[in-house]
Design a protein around this ligand. Structure first.
Ligand code: C2E
Ligand code: CA
Ligand code: CA
Length: 679
């Protein structure tokens, strides 16, 4: 499909210009041939005219010869008598049917090896040797070897008395002309030798005729030439436009696709190593939002200019879409490792330079790389088979996407694991809607227990995807995908509804009730009207608002704080309790604590992950609990797995503990059983 597209482009680029060029060349050849033919015809005509005069003269001489033969009685006698009818440098000869000389008057004899037959003047042709045919008028003995090999070399043993410069002969060529004559018994040929002269004026006429013909044809030739040049220029402009990226003014993706593919698949490049790179400008949309789209496009133009200056011979790049650029870099190091090092180094310095592209503005790029190595046979490089550039670029993008997951890492090489991850992401995206409709997402509950007696004081709702083919899928395999594609809000709403429904059912059934907290994603909590929406979802089933709590991840507190504060205040106004989840997980949100009236602080499980041999984690946890208490907040600890940790938290006044020490996340039925056993 893509190949056909590239071929179509190539055809389109070539289509308009070839017919014009071919037409021009064809017309030029036609004109030159016409000129040559006409000039030759004209020259033949002039020579023919001369020969015609001589021929007339020969016929007259044959009349005279017939009379002389009657008078003299012998051929030899008549030939001698012919002397007085011959002009200077002429000769006369009589031959019989066998072309044997019978009598001669003069210093040379006709050569029958080459001769021309002119049945009609103007249509001369070479016929080589021929048989004697009575009654056909012939010209014999033009010395073809002299005409062709010594063309236009004066054979001037005979000079005409010409006064004018134009009348001067520049070629004197001896020719023999023959006509039949007969005595009473025999048939003979009377051959007379003349000197055929080509005069200066003949050459002049022929030249003038040639020039005239050329001038007549010159106008259409010039017009056609101008037209062809115009077509070529238009074509070039079209190609430039065809490959123009209207954002950067550089090359567009169509150019990259067709040229990169041609470069890597070319025979003499097939043993080289190439890197297909996806260069992605971070937060381009934010940049445009702050500085305007025009400034954003200017920035992309500057990036294009920067890259243009950094490309080596045989390397190309183009903008893919948005703030993504595709690069094809060539490396000629000795082995795979060295080639990868070279590319890594080159991109490191490119990214470093790009960071400073705009004064007072830090610009961050990510790069994903897919390496195209030559095929190997043992230690020998083989001719590479056909490479699909689109596929390579998609691998480079996969590699780039993976860099986003790792803080601080901006360059990443593609590997098979990434491909697996990408395939998984596609699968999740393709099935998530159906899964939601089929109720494959299920609520699991992890109890929040009292550190003093282990009694269940609440629970956190955690999603599990029960997939018919994959089985139970843990949230860490799909939550981040949903966060990226926006599906997370749908899932959160679904979870809120399910929890509200469950609490309402338990209320009606008169079961022991504890608050259940639900996770809401950062994207969700930042939406205007989130609090109202949540209220609606819960009220649809009607449980008390105190039974549904909200957990907002700590990282959300770095976004637009105004909306967040407003939403939290509204939620509290509706009677929902709000907790800050994952407190202490890499972000410092102490500042938010003073602005946002939260009910609970959930200590991140990282605090309890290690051994805490030096006791530093304990000091931090102790101080956080004190801080939260002073702010009038409850404290929950997550990820608690050991008895000592429970004791420590109990001593320090932590309100609830959620961890494997007490219970893992469980199905609703298991949770009900646990609650019933407690009573
Ligand atoms: P979280 O909100 O921090 O949830 C607590 C996670 O810690 C849960 O992982 C839970 O199983 C785990 N955990 C609890 N106690 C222990 C312990 O003692 N040791 C260890 N090693 N782990 C413990 P889970 O269920 O895999 O959830 C992972 C994350 O997925 C959650 O982290 C939350 O951010 C997200 N998530 C889960 N369900 C939802 C949901 O419905 N909506 C949203 N937006 N996110 C959800
Ligand atoms: Ca949580
Ligand atoms: Ca948490």
């Amino acid at each position: 499909m893509r190949d056909t597209k590239v071929k179509k482009n190539q055809r389109l680029r070539k289509a308009r210009v070839w017919p014009s060029i071919i037409m021009f060349i064809g017309f030029l050849v036609l004109c030159l041939s016409m000129i040559a033919i006409f000039v030759e015809m004209f020259a033949t005509y002039i020579v023919g005219m001369r020969l015609a005069q001589m021929y007339e003269d020969t016929r007259d001489k044959s009349e005279i010869f017939n009379v002389l033969m009657k008078n003299e009685g012998t051929v030899e006698g008549a030939v001698i008598q012919m002397d007085k009818y011959l002009i200077e440098d002429s000769a006369v000869c009589i031959v019989n049917r066998e072309k044997e000389q019978v009598a001669i008057n003069g210093d040379s004899e006709p050569n029958f090896e080459y001769y021309l037959e002119i049945p009609m003047l103007g249509g001369m042709k070479i016929i080589g040797d021929t048989t004697w045919e009575s009654g056909v008028n012939r010209v014999i003995g033009i010395r073809m070897d002299e005409i062709f090999e010594g063309a236009f070399v004066t054979v001037s043993d005979y000079e005409m008395e010409n006064s004018s410069w134009l009348q001067e002969a520049i070629v004197n060529q001896r020719v023999w002309l023959a006509v039949p004559c007969r005595d009473s018994q025999e048939e003979y040929m009377l051959c007379v030798r003349y000197t055929l002269q080509i005069l200066r004026q003949d050459i002049l006429y022929v030249s003038l005729f040639g020039i005239f013909m050329f001038l007549v044809l010159l106008i259409p030739i010039v017009l056609l030439f101008i037209n062809t040049v115009k077509e070529v220029i238009t074509q070039r402009k079209m190609v430039r436009l065809f490959y123009l990226d209207n954002v950067t003014d550089g090359k567009n993706w169509m150019y990259f696709q067709s040229h990169a593919s041609r470069i890597v698949n070319q025979y003499y490049n097939s043993k080289k190593t190439y890197a297909v790179v996806n260069l992605h400008l971070e937060r381009y949309t934010n940049y445009c939002a702050c500085h305007g789209v025009e400034a954003g496009e200017e920035l992309l133009g500057a990036v294009d200019g920067f890259l243009k200056a950094r490309m080596n011979r045989g390397e190309i790049f183009a903008r893919y879409e948005g703030a993504d650029f595709g690069l094809l870099l060539c490396c000629e190091e000795e082995n795979m490792q060295a080639n990868m090092m070279y590319i890594q180094k080159r991109l490191c310095s490119l990214l470093a330079e790009l960071t400073g592209l705009k004064a007072n503005q830090k610009i961050n790029f990510y790069a994903g790389i897919y390496m195209i190595f030559p095929d190997m046979e043992g230690n020998r490089k083989k001719i590479r088979k056909s490479i699909d550039i689109d596929q390579c670029y998609s691998y480079a993008r996969t590699a780039k996407d993976s860099t986003k997951c790792h803080e601080g890492n901006r360059i990443s090489f593609f590997d098979q694991e990434m491909l697996q991850q990408q395939m998984w992401e596609r699968k999740v995206e393709n099935t998530m809607e159906t899964a939601l409709n089929n109720e494959e997402f299920q609520v699991y509950l992890q109890p929040k227990c009292s550190p003093l007696d282990g009694k269940v004081l609440g629970a956190e709702a955690l999603v599990r995807w029960i997939n018919p083919t994959e089985g139970c899928i843990e949230p860490e395999r799909f939550i981040s995908i949903f966060e990226d594609n926006g599906f997370i809000t749908k899932l959160d709403e679904y979870m809120i509804s399910r929890v509200a429904k469950q609490q309402a059912e338990w209320t009606i059934q008169g079961k022991k009730l504890v608050p259940i907290s639900v996770n809401v994603s950062r994207a969700h909590v930042m939406q205007e009207g989130f609090a109202e929406k949540l209220c609606q979802l819960v009220d649809a089933y009607g449980p008390s608002h105190e039974l549904v709590e909200i957990e907002i991840t700590e990282s959300a507190f770095f976004d637009d704080k105004d909306i967040l504060v407003e939403n939290v205040r509204k939620l509290k106004g509706y009677g929902f309790k709000v907790a800050m989840d994952d407190f202490g997980a890499g972000y410092s949100s102490l500042n938010s604590l003073k602005d946002i009236p939260l009910d609970e602080l959930k200590l991140d499980r990282e605090f309890f992950a290690g051994n805490d041999e030096d006791g530093r984690a304990s000091i931090v946890v102790h101080e956080i609990i004190r801080l939260a208490k002073n702010l009038g907040m409850r404290v929950a600890a997550e990820g608690v797995e050991k008895r000592e940790q429970v004791d420590f938290l109990a001593r320090n006044g932590c309100d609830t503990i959620q961890g494997f020490y007490f219970a893992e996340p469980m199905s609703i039925s298991d949770f009900v059983e646990k609650m019933e056993n407690e009573v």
